[in-house]
Design a protein around this ligand. Structure first.
Ligand SMILES: [Zn+2]
Length: 83
């Protein structure tokens, strides 16, 4: 089996992160990282982007975004009181 191309590396990236790659493919994936520094940088950037997105999303569950109009918040609170 030939090594992965950069395109295949990107295709397998998500599965690699989730640990769902077949062992033989994961081995090819790691070999590509050893041989291809740009893909390592891509993977690191991808990881930090996903982590950043996740932390922003989890904050959204707790904090009301500032762009929500106050009138809308009041109407939601009123509706809850009535319910
Ligand atoms: Zn590559």
């Amino acid at each position: 089996m030939e090594g992965l191309s950069c395109r295949e590396f990107v295709d397998f990236l998500e599965a690699y992160r989730e640990g769902t790659l077949a062992p033989a493919v994961a081995e090819q994936f790691r070999r590509h990282m050893n041989a291809c520094p740009p893909c390592v940088i891509f993977l690191e950037t991808y990881n930090s982007t996903v982590d950043l997105t996740r932390s922003l999303c989890s904050e959204d569950d707790e904090i009301i975004p500032p762009e929500v109009p106050e009138g809308l918040i009041r109407s939601i609170l009123d509706a809850r009181r009535k319910g």
